[in-house]
Structure formats: structure tokens, C-alpha cells
Design a binder for this molecule. Structure first.
Ligand code: ADP
Ligand code: MG
Length: 381
């Protein structure tokens, strides 16, 4: 039963491909903005059916039912998104299984809001975004698991802009290379890794990274909507039940805006930028297309930095969740439809791989991972 055509966006697709997929795809419609409410953009482009499906007009202006693992409407809370889409990834990461959470959508659709909340530092608990909830969830799992004896949680933050990987925790590193090793899989060579002790510690580091992102933007005169931002958490822990050290990695990706970059009149850097941004995002689309065919001969992971970094996460033994962010306004419906179609295609990925925990091969005999005294996480006995 091949669902290779991308036109058959029925709820059947999403449900049929669910049992053998490690990929969760959700759609989130943000509330109408103040501006949309005041202007003439207050017409809503979708009709809610239930918590998994909605009706949306396709390119031919015909009503089509689209279904996903979950649809979050304007009344959804940040915690709903976390609980459904991220919590299973967090639980698995503690068991050594890698996970990725990606937000996709046009600029202004709610990607960063979903990831960071309205502001990473000044935000009430209700509005706290996925990144911080993931960190808190990781520490909760580590603290409450009876078997886990020692652990280390590390954070890296990078930005991909014009196919260059920039370290957001150390701006002097502006062209990091992506490498692969047997023990680590794909990794960003030389990226700053900071050990974090608890949620509030992480918050401080995250806000430094976010502030650095803004600095770079001003220096280079670019908007954050043009770059991809990656938050990378790695968890290592030992357990009392066996002597193995497990390593789990969670990558959260706030993608560049998916809107078509206007090419007419673009010259010089603007044109380079347009091409490059399209390159990374279209490479992501191509990788997803290749993964959805029955026997992908060649998955073009190497076509962009983004897909190379995500190689382990999209095709390998890991979990992935995609949050397709959409404006609810009819004035944005062509872009929203394109985002929804991207989600439908992604849902067809069948990662048949079993989820196998990653182990630190050099540390099978649980000698606590080499680290400095001040590197010890709280909770270490
Ligand atoms: P993007 O990162 O996709 O460009 P943002 O996350 O910055 O978009 O969202 C655009 C605007 O909409 C911001 O002002 C943000 O606070 C608001 N917004 C987005 N999603 C929501 C939501 N679910 N609830 C309330 N406000 C939201
Ligand atoms: Mg954003």
C-alpha cells in the first residue's frame, strides 16, 4: 500500500502511516493577531473538525480534510504542545534515544513563540516555550528515575545562515564544520558545549545564546526569520541496573521562514540569501521526499548543512516531531497551505528502524565520564 502521491491528503494517510513511524507531525494555528483582528484579515482560513483534523481549501479552492497526529487550535496552551509532541522525546532521550523537534512555517506563524515563548527570560509559566519545558522535563526525568545514578546535561546553540554554522555561545566561532564519527554519529565539530545543572541555569545560558543571535543580526543586518536556530541538548547518564552509560541527544530547530523569498529586484547578498535559504529548506523537503519513497536509493542529506546535522534524526534510529505553524488568517492561506502540505509529506516518512539506545562505547564500564569537579550536575550523589 504505497502512499507515494502527495496529493491524497486524507486523514487516512496520517493514520495509516502512524504505527510504523517514529515521526509525529502536528499543526498549530496561532490566534488571530491584534493587527489581523483590526484589519480586514480577520477571516479564518480553516474549519475545525476535531483535535486531529480540519478543513482547508486547496489550490483549486476545494474543501479538503487534513489530518495530523494532533492539531493545536488558537485555544491551545504551550503545555498541550509540550505534552503531546515533546514529552515522549524527552523520556526517550533519557533512555539514550535521539530526538528532534522542528518548527516549520512562514514568518510570523508562531515558530519562535512555540519554541521560546513570548520571551525566554520574562515569561510566565503558562507561556513558557518548548525549549525550557524540554530542559525541565529532562531534569525531572533524571531526578525521578530510580535507576539513574549520575548524569551530565550539555547545551550547544548554533545558527545556520547562508550555509554557515555559527556558534551562538561563542561568536568567535563563525564557521563550524559538521563531522561524523563512529561513537558520536554526526556532530558539529568545535561547537561550545556548556554543562547545565538545572532549569534556571539552562535559562541563563539560553538567553545568552538568544542575545548573541540578536547581536549577529544587527551586525549583519539580517532578520532572525532568515536563519535556522538549533538548540542541542545532550544527556549522558549511568544507571544502577547495568554498567552502561547512555547518551541521548535532543535537537530543537526553529527553522527560517518558509515563505517564498521574493526574487524580483534582489541583488547581491539579498539574492545569495534568497538562494541559500531556499537551498536549506528545499534540501529538507528533498530529504523528506526521498525518505517517503519505498526504497530510497539516495537520501541527499549532504545537500545542506541543516539536513546533514539532522541526518541521524530524520532517517536513523531516533524520534522526530514536526510542528507546522500557521497563521489562522485567510490572507495567509496560500502560505499556510504550503506549510500543511509540507506536514502531510513528512507524515509519510516511515522510519522502520527500531529505536536503539546510544551508548558511550568508551565508557561501558561505568567510570563516570571524564569531567571536572565543578562540572558535576546537581543530584550527583
Ligand atoms: P515566527 O517565529 O514563526 O516568525 P513568532 O513566533 O515570532 O513567529 O510569532 C509571531 C507573533 O505572533 C508574535 O508576536 C507571537 O508572540 C505571536 N504568537 C505566535 N503564536 C502565538 C500563540 N500560540 N499564542 C499567542 N501569540 C502567539
Ligand atoms: Mg521566529
Amino acid at each position: 500500500v504505497g502512499f507515494r502521491g502527495f496529493d491524497t491528503d486524507t486523514h487516512l494517510n496520517a493514520r495509516m502511516s502512524k504505527p510504523n513511524s517514529n515521526v509525529t507531525v502536528c499543526v498549530r494555528f496561532r490566534p488571530l493577531s491584534h493587527k489581523e483582528r483590526k484589519g480586514n484579515d480577520d477571516k479564518v482560513c480553516f474549519k475545525k473538525l476535531d483535535s486531529e483534523s480540519f478543513v482547508f481549501k486547496d489550490e483549486r479552492d476545494e474543501d479538503v480534510i487534513f489530518s495530523f497526529d494532533k492539531v493545536f487550535y488558537d485555544d491551545s496552551e504551550q503545555s498541550d504542545v509540550y505534552n503531546f509532541l515533546a514529552m515522549p522525546i524527552v523520556t526517550d532521550a533519557v533512555n539514550g534515544i535521539n530526538g528532534t523537534i522542528i518548527t516549520y512555517g512562514q514568518t510570523g506563524a508562531g515558530k519562535t513563540y512555540s519554541m521560546e515563548g513570548p520571551s525566554i527570560l520574562h515569561c510566565n509559566e503558562l507561556k513558557t516555550g518548548l525549549v525550557q519545558r524540554v530542559v525541565n522535563g529532562l531534569f525531572d526525568c533524571l531526578r525521578t528515575s530510580e535507576n539513574i545514578t549520575t548524569w551530565t546535561v550539555k547545551l550547544s546553540m548554533v545558527e545556520i545562515y547562508l550555509e554557515k554554522v555559527r556558534d551562538l555561545l561563542d561568536l568567535s566561532k563563525d564557521n563550524l564544520q559538521i563531522k561524523e564519527s563512529k561513537s558520536q554519529g554526526i556532530f558539529i565539530s568545535g561547537a561550545t558545549e556548556i554543562s547545565i545543572m538545572n532549569g534556571s541555569d539552562a535559562l541563563e545560558r539560553l538567553s545568552e545564546g538568544i542575545a548573541n543571535r540578536a547581536v549577529g543580526e544587527t551586525q549583519m543586518n539580517l532578520a532572525s526569520s532568515r536563519s535556522h536556530c538549533l538548540y542541542i541538548f545532550s544527556v549522558q547518564h549511568g544507571s544502577t541496573t547495568d554498567e552502561r552509560v547512555r547518551i541521548g541527544k535532543i535537537i530543537l530547530v526553529d527553522l527560517a521562514g518558509s515563505e517564498k523569498v521574493e526574487k524580483t529586484g534582489a541583488e547581491g547578498r539579498v539574492l545569495d540569501e534568497a538562494k541559500m535559504i531556499n537551498k536549506s529548506l528545499s534540501a529538507l523537503g528533498n530529504v523528506i521526499n526521498a525518505l517517503t519513497t519505498a526504497k530510497p536509493n539516495h537520501v541527499p542529506y549532504r545537500d545542506s548543512k541543516l539536513t546533514r546535522i539532522l541526518q541521524d534524526s530524520l532517517g536513523g534510529s531516533s524520534r522526530a516531531a514536526l510542528l507546522c505553524c500557521c497563521s489562522p488568517s485567510s490572507s495567509n492561506s496560500p502560505e499556510s497551505l504550503s506549510t500543511i502540505r509540507f506536514g502531510t509529506r513528512t507524515k509519510l516518512i516511515k522510519t522502520l528502524h527500531k529505536l536503539i539506545p546510544t551508548e558511550a562505547d568508551s565508557a561501558k564500564k561505568h567510570t563516570p565520564y571524564a569531567r571536572d569537579q565543578d562540572d558535576l550536575p546537581d543530584g550527583t550523589p
